[in-house]
Design a binder for this molecule. Structure first.
Ligand SMILES: [Zn+2]
Length: 343
């Protein structure tokens, strides 16, 4: 089930407007008072005042002679304001938002009513302490058989009133399988590109591999082609480097530690021991390490990673510096020799 907000314009009666403006004023006052208290608590005593404490303070404020008017409006929006302040602090601590600000009258305001503070009947909405239903202009229909769980009333800076109804929407269906994957891929590629300056991928011959029936389904499921496509354009957007490693580079068959390349490594072998140095490998992790090392070497040398033969064992090590050095040695020794035609 999905929760969805439906927003409408409404035109309050003079009595409703008077009450709602007072409610918004009280919400603002309570919010700002609580914020002030939290700031003072921290800066004068290094004390973190939480939601529970501000909620207890609100009870005390309501008993004070000069704040008696707080009792004339619904208490729910006042509590919700404190809860929103708590969320604002949580977002600030998590680095998602700036330090909470004081609310200003000129920017309008809002009040949040939970289930106990409004009545919903026959498609009409009554807010707490209001005798008449809210005159809402129903510009779009609410989904059938639904009840709002939260109602937010908002006054904008130019004096227009809006009401937002949060409802469980039965019409929103779970995304089809095909879209779920796309959504997942987008999230994954965005994260990879944001978190890394350089990304190395194996330039797999997807079309050829699809011919192998055993592999076809796995490749189709993993959407490799789409993954690389997204990485390509997102790397461009964010100014990152994407290195494609030649598909003939033996990323799986090569020992990431000593460089030994085994002759065969059937697909069903998920773990193996290097016959040369004896280290135990997880097939995928070893391949990923090789691709990373190759990618870094490509960046340093600006070269393509060519297939290695057994003769060239140890050419590629985990550090780009070493790869660079070894590669230039290889280039030197190769000079004068006839180039093997590319297969
Ligand atoms: Zn080894």
């Amino acid at each position: 089930m999905t929760e969805k907000a439906y927003q409408y314009r409404f035109y309050p009666t003079p009595e409703q407007e008077e009450l709602l403006r007072r409610t918004l004023g009280c919400v603002r006052l309570v919010y700002n008072k609580a914020l002030q208290t939290r700031i003072e608590g921290w800066y004068s005593r290094q004390e973190r005042i939480d939601y529970k404490q501000t909620s207890a303070m609100l009870t005390q404020w309501k008993k004070q002679q000069e704040l008696q008017f707080l009792n004339e409006v619904s208490s729910v929006p006042l509590q919700q304001g404190l809860s929103n302040l708590q969320k604002a602090f949580a977002n600030f601590w998590a680095g998602r938002a700036k330090y909470p600000n004081f609310k200003k009258k000129r920017s309008g305001g809002s009040a949040e009513f939970t289930r106990c503070a409004f009545k919903w009947k026959d498609g009409q909405l009554w807010l707490a302490k209001c005798g008449e239903p809210l005159p809402i202009r129903w510009s779009r229909t609410l989904p059938e058989n639904c009840e709002p769980s939260t109602v937010t009333v908002r006054l904008d800076a130019s004096g227009r009133w809006f009401v937002s109804l949060l409802v469980e929407d039965h019409t929103v269906k779970v995304l089809p399988q095909a879209d779920t994957r796309k959504d997942f891929l987008h999230k994954l590629t965005t994260r990879l590109v944001r978190e890394n300056q350089t990304i190395a991928v194996e330039d797999l011959a997807v079309k050829n591999m699809m011919k192998n029936h055993k592999l076809a389904q796995a490749i189709a499921d993993a959407s490799w082609y789409e993954l690389v496509r997204q990485l390509e354009y997102k790397c461009q957007w964010y100014g990152r480097t994407l290195v494609k490693i030649d598909r003939w580079f033996p990323s799986s068959k090569r020992c990431g530690k000593c460089g030994h390349v085994v002759d065969e490594l059937p697909l069903d072998v998920r773990e193996w021991d290097c016959p040369e140095c004896g280290i135990h490998h997880d097939r995928d992790i070893n391949a990923a390490k090789n691709i990373k090392a190759a990618g870094l070497a490509v960046i340093v040398c600006g070269a393509n990673i060519r297939p290695e033969r057994r003769k060239s064992i140890g050419q590629l090590r985990n550090t780009p510096e070493r790869s660079l050095r070894e590669r230039s040695q290889r280039e030197r020794s190769r000079r004068g020799k006839k180039q093997k035609p590319k297969s």
